[in-house]
Design a protein around this ligand. Structure first.
Ligand code: FAD
Length: 283
């Protein structure tokens, strides 16, 4: 299907892109295109208005790639999922990103879809949110005059994931003392989208959990933390009974709201497995 007429912009620098984005009305950002192009076709099919201006970020080299600066990993927003998966920097707490990326959809999608698109496209089921909240990641947005704005991924999703500026990169501090586990269930066998995801990060001190983050992707609301379970874990010893006991200490609104029995059960399986994995790796 042909798209409605539009003006396509392909800026070569971030500065050019941010100025265009601020000056054009009805402009949409194009990164990998896996969501946007579908949604333009869908809008047209429904007879609805489509944006007049598309700004492609694909030629903006400074937004590509994964590098290490100071003690933090910096992921350019138009880095594709497979390039993050292949990065040699994914060690210590960052290693969990390899598992997360490997589970996202299929190879063709992972070769096109960008990290920035996954975080900012406002689909509640995309899955980088929960692990990035667990890893205390920060988002960096850039305005038309080069002004930078940082917000934690947690706050970004709490505020409804609205990106009014261009996301330039995601940064995550390396933490050699953190242990992180991730468990994800897919929705169906033919189209690989997630049903749910659970990411738990802790910094064990002896047998105790500390600075624990339990981050949930229920695919209905944006990724969020379960503070009830976090509080329980912070007061507990990391024994082998904990994965079972934890099920009595969930913020059930996150798991049970609009979930059918299968999903409710799989949430409990995911929490148990993620905790058993975490405790099993305690040094
Ligand atoms: C068949 C299929 C299966 C999928 N399965 C999964 C899955 O299993 N798990 C999962 O997590 N995801 C899945 N996805 C979603 C996929 O990860 C997203 O489509 C992708 O990450 C969006 O990135 P993109 O670069 O293609 O975004 P685009 O489609 O190019 O952009 C979408 C929107 O994101 C915003 N945007 C993008 N980049 C920026 C930026 N730098 N600054 C500001 N705003 C920006 C804009 O509003 C833009 O219009 C699937 C998608 C498809 C099509």
């Amino acid at each position: 299907m042909l798209l409605n007429p539009l003006t396509f912009y392909a800026p070569q620098s971030l500065q050019e892109a941010t100025k265009l984005y601020a000056s054009l009305s009805e402009a949409r950002i194009l990164a990998g295109g896996t969501f946007l192009l579908n949604s333009l076709k869908l809008l047209k099919r429904k007879g609805l208005k489509t944006p007049q201006n598309i700004i492609s970020l694909r030629k903006v080299e400074e937004l590509k790639g994964v590098k290490f600066a100071g003690d933090s990993l910096s992921i350019g927003s138009i880095t594709v999922i497979n390039d993050l998966f292949n990065s040699a920097h994914l060690t210590d707490n960052l290693a969990i990103l390899r598992t997360v990326c490997r589970n996202i959809s299929t190879n063709p999608i992972r070769n096109m879809a960008t990290i920035g698109g996954n975080l900012t496209s406002r689909y509640t089921w995309t899955e980088l949110g929960a692990p990035l909240i667990a890893l205390e990641a920060m988002l960096n947005f850039v305005g038309p005059n080069g002004e930078q704005e940082q917000i934690s991924v947690e706050e970004f999703f709490k505020n409804g994931a609205k990106a009014t500026k261009i996301l330039s990169h995601v940064s995550i501090r390396r933490d050699k003392t953190a242990t992180v586990s991730y468990y994800r269930v897919k929705k169906m066998s033919d189209v690989d989208v997630p049903l749910l995801g659970v990411c738990i990060k802790t910094n064990f001190i002896g047998d105790r959990f500390s600075k624990t983050r339990v981050c949930i992707n229920n695919t209905i609301t944006f990724a969020q933390r379960d503070s009830v379970l976090e509080e329980f874990l912070e007061k507990s010893e990391a024994s082998k009974n904990i994965p079972q006991e934890a099920l009595e200490h969930l913020n059930t609104a996150i798991y049970d709201n609009r979930s059918d029995d299968y999903k409710k059960a799989m949430f409990r399986v995911a929490i148990k497995r993620a905790l058993a994995d975490l405790i099993g790796r305690k040094k």
